[in-house]
Write a protein that binds this ligand. Structure first.
Ligand code: RTP
Ligand code: MG
Length: 178
């Protein structure tokens, strides 16, 4: 059983006076469910960005709806005019690559929708929903496969970003929401 599943009727008492009652009525069950939930490790989080191409094309709602429909929980959301300083922190792993400057320019070209989603294995789950980096090759059914294409530019405009590890997620959430 994972942390996101509420305790069912079969859940056992954790504390309390065993002599009083063994019946699981509503008043006793709800605090127990809360205690059981809190006893599991924290649920995974990821940073999802709808990049400026997605926002400009009016796809923000469609994209976020797909992530919600998959079952992940939206816990933070805002529209951001990213600064160069913010993007230099976010994309520090790509400094020096040929697409780095075009990527920063692209991300400065308009607002980005920044969101935090939560759920077990949400990091790999969102990257699976997003599809591979190159939209030409991204599988149909994925966000990049369904809505993206190669526009012949210096950088791939591929609609979304998703963190690639728990460490990246915490770092990136701190950058966009800290
Ligand atoms: P993201 O970080 O945005 O979720 O994408 P990713 O992991 O699939 O791709 P990554 O290698 O981290 O690259 C970051 C973003 O840079 C652009 N890119 N363009 N050859 C190219 O034209 C190229 N390579 C990378 C994409 O916008 C990519 O998402
Ligand atoms: Mg990446």
């Amino acid at each position: 059983m994972g942390a996101e599943q509420p305790a069912g009727p079969g859940a056992r008492r954790l504390t309390g006076d065993p002599g009083r009652s063994h019946r699981m009525d509503r008043e006793t069950l709800q605090p127990q469910a809360k205690r059981i939930e809190e006893s599991y490790v924290s649920v995974e989080r990821t940073l999802v960005l709808v990049k400026p191409d997605g926002v400009a094309r009016g796809l923000t709602g469609t994209i976020l709806a797909r992530v919600e429909a998959k079952g992940y929980k939206l816990v933070q959301l805002k529209l951001v005019d990213a600064t160069r300083e913010l993007l230099e922190r976010h994309y520090e792993e790509h400094v020096g690559k040929p697409f780095y400057e075009p990527l920063v320019e692209f991300m400065l070209s308009g607002p980005t929708a920044a969101a935090v989603f939560e759920g077990n294995r949400v990091i790999e789950g969102f990257r699976s929903l997003a599809g591979t980096t190159e939209p030409t090759l991204a599988a149909p059914g994925t966000i990049r496969g369904d809505f993206g294409r190669d526009w012949g530019l210096k950088v791939q405009q591929n609609l979304v970003h998703g963190s690639d590890s728990p460490e990246s997620a915490e770092r990136e959430i701190g950058i966009w929401f800290g």
